[in-house]
Write a protein that binds this ligand. Structure first.
Ligand code: PLP
Length: 390
């Protein structure tokens, strides 16, 4: 029976992966741990005012440092979690396969072309392990989301970082020129984190179709759902045409699943098979998250509502920045980057003291703040704190 075979395969894969992970180089854990600290520790280091007492952290007035969607998850997703609770003693392999089938059918792909994970991070990590061959290099942009590239560097691949254009967009021509015989992967984040900019879809599509004949192209579409027509902006049609393009998606952003964890990559079957070797994939997704993702997938009224609330908060932020005499990079996402007039660490410290968490960057010889879009009351808390120190 099909389900018996699938169950057996599921258990075999679990055993293989669990066993296999024991023998993976200690370096993998080291790289992951370092990355986690690199990303999150700056908020917590030496900040007694955050950890003064156990529940101080949740008392932040505005948590605007992790590009979460505070309007999610949807009611349908929450209801599905409650409904799935009673059966949660079972391995959720049938439910996961059903969800994967829905996703690939929606995208016009087949079931060998999807790999799911507890968020997209484990899948980005799998790609970084697989593509970091000795002597290889990864071509990417600067600045961009550095999870995959920094892990590649951790595995001793060289990074070729191509600066963004003057409009803070990916410079595809320069990236294509930077590719050489040792390039094992091109990583593109579209829309880009941390700038919130996009690449022209037809130009990117032509780039992917052309370049992927020589080198695989990884397109991280974590924020694609914030665009007016995600399907038209996605590079999934390059996958459909049989090209060596890997598209990563996550429910952590517009779907509001950052704590629930669900993400996937879409690629050619042989690439999926390879990446699958380096991640616990579906085995790490809980039955509750799978039920929630099934309820939320393409749930248009909820997604539209979250999008319009995000846009309202973002426009309020733009107004505040203009009033205070600040410029910003117009954003296609749920975060905004703007140049600040003091040293980045000092700025974030001062904001944190006022109960507002944001992040800073340094590029183009400027200090920048990246602020995630929150609920209106969080944006107002930001405005109040910002006016005090700007
Ligand atoms: N890709 C991009 C561009 C991101 O900004 C993030 C998270 O912020 C991720 C991937 C990973 O998200 P997750 O593991 O929650 O899916």
């Amino acid at each position: 029976m099909k389900s018996t075979i699938n169950r057996r395969e599921w258990l075999r894969n679990t055993a293989l992966i669990t066993g296999g992970l024991t023998f993976l180089p200690a370096m993998i854990n080291k790289v992951s741990a370092n990355h986690f600290r690199h990303n999150y520790q700056p908020f917590f280091d030496d900040k007694d005012y955050v950890f003064e007492n156990e529940d101080a952290f949740p008392k932040l007035k505005a948590r605007l440092f992790a590009n979460e969607n505070p309007f999610g998850p949807s009611d349908a997703a929450k209801k599905a979690i409650t409904g799935a609770m009673n059966e949660s003693f079972r391995y959720p392999f049938i439910e996961l396969m059903a969800l994967e089938k829905r996703i690939v059918e929606f995208e016009g792909l087949n079931q060998k072309q999807i790999l799911t994970g507890a968020g997209s991070s484990p899948l980005l990590r799998a790609a970084s392990v697989y593509y970091s061959k000795p002597g290889s290099n990864i071509v990417t942009a600067d600045p961009t989301y550095d999870d995959l590239p920094s892990h590649c560097e951790g595995f001793h691949a060289q990074l070729i970082k191509v600066p963004l254009t003057a409009a803070y967009e990916y410079d595809l021509d320069a990236m294509e020129k930077a590719i050489n015989a040792n390039t094992s992967l091109v990583y593109i984040c579209n829309p880009n984190n941390p700038t919130g900019t996009i690449v022209d879809s037809s130009k990117l599509r032509a780039f992917c179709d052309r370049v992927s004949k020589k080198v695989p192209v990884f397109v991280d579409e974590a924020y694609i759902d914030y665009l007016p027509d995600p399907a038209a902006s996605s590079m999934v049609d390059c996958v459909k045409r049989g090209n060596n393009v890997i598209v990563a998606r996550t429910f952590s952003k517009l779907y509001g699943f950052a704590g629930l964890r669900f993400g996937y990559v879409l690629a050619q079957p042989d690439v999926i098979t390879q990446l699958d070797m380096y991640t616990p994939a579906g085995q790490s997704i809980s039955a509750l998250s799978i039920a929630a993702a099934n309820a939320a997938f393409k749930e248009q009224p909820y997604l539209q509502d979250a999008l319009s609330k995000t846009i309202t908060s973002k426009e309020y932020l733009y107004k505040v920045l203009k009033e205070e005499g600040y410029e910003y990079i117009p954003s296609h996402t749920n975060f905004v980057m703007f140049p600040i007039k003091m040293e980045g660490q000092k700025f974030t410290d001062e904001m944190m003291k006022r109960g507002v968490g944001v992040r800073f960057w340094k590029f183009n010889n400027k200090e920048w703040c990246r602020i995630s879009i929150g609920r209106m009351e969080e944006m107002q808390a930001f405005a109040e704190a910002f006016r005090e120190i700007s």
